[in-house]
Design a binder for this molecule. Structure first.
Ligand code: DOR
Length: 444
């Protein structure tokens, strides 16, 4: 074995699958976790083994971010697969699932293959790409491979990726059995309310136009269609207490839902402090929605967390509403944001890991990821739960160069990020030669 193939992580506080921690060593070989034991230091005498001293650090499975917009191809002035994957490595995100609203749209096998090829050349972390649905059911929608599933924008989208009519949605739900992930906002209510609020330039109006009812109507429709065909459904970035209560009352066993750190930790008061940077789709809601979403996450009504990393340049975000694009970056801050909540007692570290890794791997049937057990992929992160540091703009890797959380002091920043047994980030330094792999997805 060469030095590149074997890694010994010594004296870490290791998260076990049951949520307990043990102190010990982890041996990584050929990209896999080989052994976990209180002391494997004997092997460390071998000169071919790279050793990481993890004293004082906590070892967790790498984050799997199941909803990101990385802009390549076509919108590389905002972000590209290299810069985005550097941001991932720095944020402890070892795998991502990316959305089809790039240029060209990812609606064909050829466009998917192009993204996979680009990622193989540029990405420091593992990658998967959704296939986008259009009103016309394109042949590749059902056969495209590998993909975590079909993405449908029911609202908040222009052009071919917008599928808002029930008739067209029904046709997509009726065919095939692969996972359907929905951006649930009702386009006709958005249009109607845009007219009602026309001329208003306060960005806070965004949350009024695309109000709770906009989200609830679309989520109700997606659930109706999912029940009709017993079709595997995932509800992306659930944003309202109303939707969470709906799912709490009745959630089919084949339905999952996610929430973003933004919808848990920010609310409409953010428009006063960061203006149009707080504009996203679905929009930020009230403090009451924050509370209900948190409770739904803690109770298992919401299954996991995604960032919806959606970078736009400062110039674009500096325009006046409604000429500003919606979206905020997130992959660099999501884990420390959530670990900070754990350190403040709102949840446990084990719950954060379940929401940001284990449950995501399970829902998308990504084999051998999301747990620290022998035989699983060595996608691992070491975090420092004893150190707090502010989010600083100058340290960000995302090409857009800003964060809605600038100035927030966070605990639990990644110190080392390991992707398939290779160190991709270590104590402020990116190892830009490391490459991730295409994710695979087991059949439903
Ligand atoms: O705010 C958003 N921006 N929400 C989305 O779902 C899309 C995203 C983007 O691509 O900018």
């Amino acid at each position: 074995m060469s030095k590149r193939d074997t890694l010994l992580i010594r004296q870490a506080r290791i998260l076990q699958p049951e949520g307990e921690f043990i102190s010990g060593d982890v041996l990584v070989q050929g990209g896999k976790i080989r052994e976990i034991s209180p002391d494997i230091s004997a092997g460390a005498t071998d000169a071919d083994i790279a050793v990481i001293d993890a004293t004082g650090l906590t070892l967790l499975p790498g984050v799997i971010d199941p909803q990101v917009h990385f802009r390549e191809p076509g919108l590389e002035y905002k972000e590209d697969l290299f810069t985005a994957s550097c941001a991932c490595a720095k944020g402890g995100v070892t795998s991502f699932l990316e959305m089809p609203n790039t240029r060209p749209l990812t609606t064909t096998q050829a466009a998917l293959d192009d993204k996979l090829q680009r990622a193989a050349q540029k990405c420091l972390v593992n990658y998967g790409f959704f296939i986008g649905a259009t009103a016309e059911v394109l042949p590749d929608l059902l056969s495209a491979n590998p993909t975590p599933g079909i993405k449908i924008f029911m609202g908040s989208m222009k052009g071919d990726l917008l599928v808002s009519e029930e008739e067209f949605l029904d046709r997509i739900f009726a065919q095939g059995d692969r996972l359907i992930a929905v951006h649930a906002e009702d386009q006709s209510r958005i249009q109607q309310r845009r007219e009602q609020f026309a001329g208003q330039t306060d960005p806070a109006v965004h949350s009024q136009i695309q109000d709770n009812q906009v989200a609830l109507l679309a989520t109700q429709l997606a659930l109706k269609l999912s029940r009709k065909y017993q079709r595997r459904l995932h509800i992306l970035h659930l944003s309202t207490g109303d939707e969470a209560e709906l799912l709490r009352q009745s959630k089919p066993s084949w339905v999952t839902a996610e929430v973003t750190p933004q919808h848990l930790l920010l609310n409409t008061s953010a428009y006063e402090t960061i203006g149009t940077k707080a504009q996203m789709n679905p929009p930020l809601r009230s403090p009451r929605d924050n509370e209900i979403l948190w409770k739904a996450l803690l109770d298992g009504v919401i299954d996991f967390i995604a960032t919806d990393h959606a970078p736009h340049t400062l110039e674009e975000k500096g325009r006046s509403y409604p000429n500003t694009p919606s979206g905020m970056p997130g992959v660099e801050t999501s884990l420390p944001l959530m670990l900070t909540q754990a350190m403040q007692g709102r949840c446990t570290v084990a719950q954060v890991v379940n929401w940001m890794s284990t449950a995501v791997a399970k829902a998308y049937k990504i084999p051998d990821k999301g747990l620290i057990v022998p035989g699983y992929d060595a996608d691992l992160i070491l975090v420092d739960l004893n150190e707090s540091r502010p989010v600083r703009r100058e340290e960000l890797q995302t090409k857009c160069g800003w964060s809605p959380f600038e100035g927030w002091t966070l605990t639990g920043w990644p110190v080392v990020t390991i992707v398939g047994g290779q160190v991709a980030y270590e104590r402020g330094r990116l190892h830009t030669e490391v490459r991730g792999k295409a994710l695979t997805f087991d059949k439903p």
